[in-house]
Design a protein around this ligand. Structure first.
Ligand SMILES: [Mg+2]
Length: 165
């Protein structure tokens, strides 16, 4: 649980902590990065999530979402909220730099956290609100996360990636 103005330790700031304010919450896999080429790792019956996440450094960017972030008011905080595990943190940051993606804070699943993606994202949303962010919009490709965010009062765009069909 975080207190207002104090961020949990596993949050990463691009350029140091920003003042809380109006924010958008953006998923990475299937929203900013096109994971289609590593989709085969998580096809049933043997879902290899480790292989799926470890291959994330080579994804193409989803250009329309990258551009949209650039077009948002400079006043809006960009929160990247992903269920990727912390062990691919360096890969993820390098990938964000390579495509010049706008972001302020990156929330990844901490070491040893094996919660469902939806539960991790829900508790992260509570942390974001405790910190003082006003989360105005979400973008997600997993319908379970879309439903959770909407139920939490966050209008959320669904982007179809096909990963969860
Ligand atoms: Mg996703």
């Amino acid at each position: 649980m975080s207190r207002r103005g104090i961020a949990p330790e596993h949050w990463t700031w691009r350029e140091g902590p920003v003042e809380p304010g109006r924010a958008v919450v953006i998923d990475i896999d299937g929203v900013l990065s096109d994971a289609a080429t590593r989709q085969h790792y998580i096809e049933a019956p043997r879902r290899d999530w480790r292989g799926f996440f470890d291959a994330c450094g080579d994804d193409p960017v989803i250009e329309e979402v990258r551009v949209m972030l650039d077009l948002l008011d400079r006043d809006i905080r960009v929160v990247l909220l992903t269920a990727r595990p912390a062990r691919v943190h360096e890969l993820t940051e390098a990938w964000l730099r390579r495509y010049h993606i706008r972001w302020d804070v990156l929330l990844m699943r901490p070491w040893g956290d094996y919660e469902l993606s939806r539960d991790f994202k829900q508790s992260s949303l509570w942390d974001l609100r405790d910190f003082g962010f006003e989360v105005l919009l979400g973008i997600e490709d997993d319908r379970r996360n879309v439903e959770m965010l909407r139920a939490e009062g966050v209008p959320t765009l669904y982007r179809h990636s096909g990963y969860y069909d």
